[in-house]
Design a protein around this ligand. Structure first.
Ligand SMILES: Nc1ncnc2c1ncn2[C@@H]1O[C@H](COP(=O)(O)OP(=O)(O)O)[C@@H](O)[C@H]1O
Ligand SMILES: [Mg+2]
Length: 362
């Protein structure tokens, strides 16, 4: 059988650029080589696209950007091209691919933008389409969709940062007090990796937290702080998604699971399985599958929850391109269910080819 060509997209204009490089490096190394050839497309932090042909070990640290072994390239929306257009020294050339795996986290990659381009291109691609990606990226929209479906989440309110003037802030503070009470979490509505997120213990700290969030997004979310466990569920599939048998638990080493704790300090712990009654874990799996279906997700998503008092389940967020290093929660949960990292990647690519509903729409 002829090998399929998979374009792996990495980097991106996002606060999670570095994380994406590390995820993509392990995806590239572990995609089964007997079935797939890989085309590497790196996107710089300022949004330049390149076809990269150098060694893979220059990807995670970002050295690939200084390599000579690259040429400007872009994914072409023109369906007759069926892949990449590269600007080689001897002129433009097309590089057809069979499938695209966007290993991009956060804005301009996980938020529906790249997915829109992929839908236009008509190419099969791994993961959610434009709408589900965009809905899951915006935490305020996710909350309202969950509420419509009767899926519990933390109490919240949101506002545009431009409303947080001296007069506006007073009104917002009244609402925060009346509807949520302190402590609260203040977040940019559409960032990831905890960037711009603060835990606010009292009203005097709110202004600074809003300013931090506003640096990331013009839409600000305030949520009641949920005291309890933080657990994550790995969902895989298209129209009939299945959650991995084990639910995972994060035990943060910091005040909350912030950027350093996620990627730098190495001190946070993962418990697989989570310390939960099996009935609660089963309910979490069932809610995760329901949310995945209801929001129109495809391929994969990591669905994150809080559990209060060991039993009250609140959905926190869906990550439509979850962290994907071998030590990341998503692949680890599948491994605990007997699906190896390489097999998981193969299933994701096969799901992309199977997903007729997402692609080739006329
Ligand atoms: N309402 C909340 N209650 C308690 N902890 C929270 C709440 N919201 C966020 N956190 C903490 O902040 C971390 C990051 O928030 P999250 O909403 O998951 O954003 P991100 O998309 O950046 O991962 C969570 O993993 C959790 O530790
Ligand atoms: Mg999160």
């Amino acid at each position: 059988m002829q090998k399929k060509k998979i374009a792996v997209l990495f980097g991106g204009c996002s606060s999670e650029h570095e994380v994406s490089r590390v995820s993509a490096y392990s995806v590239i190394r572990n995609l089964p080589k007997e079935k797939y050839d890989i085309v590497r497309i790196g996107i710089t932090r300022d949004g330049r696209w390149y076809l990269y042909n150098g060694p893979d070990d220059k990807i995670p640290g970002g050295e690939w950007e200084r390599s000579e072994e690259k040429m400007p390239a872009f994914l072409c929306p023109d369906r007759s091209v069926g892949g990449i257009v590269a600007n080689a020294p001897d002129g433009f050339r097309t590089v057809p691919v069979d499938c695209v795996f966007p290993v991009l986290h956060g804005r301009n990659g996980e938020d529906g933008t790249v997915q829109g381009l992929l839908e236009l291109s008509g190419l099969p691609f791994v993961g959610c389409g434009t709408l589900a990606s965009a809905v899951c990226m915006d935490k305020a929209i996710t909350h309202s969709q969950l509420a419509n479906a009767g899926i519990p989440s933390a109490k919240y309110l949101w506002f545009y940062s431009s409303k947080y003037t001296s007069e506006g802030a007073k009104k917002i503070k009244v609402k925060v007090n009346a509807r949520l009470g302190y402590p609260v979490f203040v977040k940019p509505a559409n960032s990831g990796s905890s960037v711009g997120i603060s835990k606010v213990l009292r009203e005097e700290e709110l202004d600074a937290a809003v300013a931090r969030a506003a640096a990331e997004s013009d839409k600000i979310l305030v949520e009641e702080a949920v005291a309890g466990q933080e657990v994550e569920c790995a969902v895989l599939g298209n129209l009939d998604p299945k959650a991995a048998g084990a639910v995972g638990e994060i035990v943060a080493s910091a005040e909350f699971y912030d950027y350093d704790d996620k990627y730098k300090s190495g001190k946070s712990k993962l418990n697989i399985p989570a310390r939960l009654d099996e009935a609660v874990a089963a309910e979490i799996r069932s809610i995760a599958e329901r949310a995945f279906r209801m929001l129109g997700c495809r391929g994969f998503a990591r669905v994150d929850f809080f559990v209060r008092n060991g039993r009250e389940i609140l959905l926190n967020e869906l990550n439509t391109i979850p962290g994907f290093t071998p030590i990341s929660m998503y692949p680890k949960l599948w491994e605990a269910s007997g699906v190896s990292y390489g097999e998981l990647l193969d299933r994701l690519v096969r799901l992309a080819f199977d997903d007729g509903a997402k692609n080739f729409k006329k």
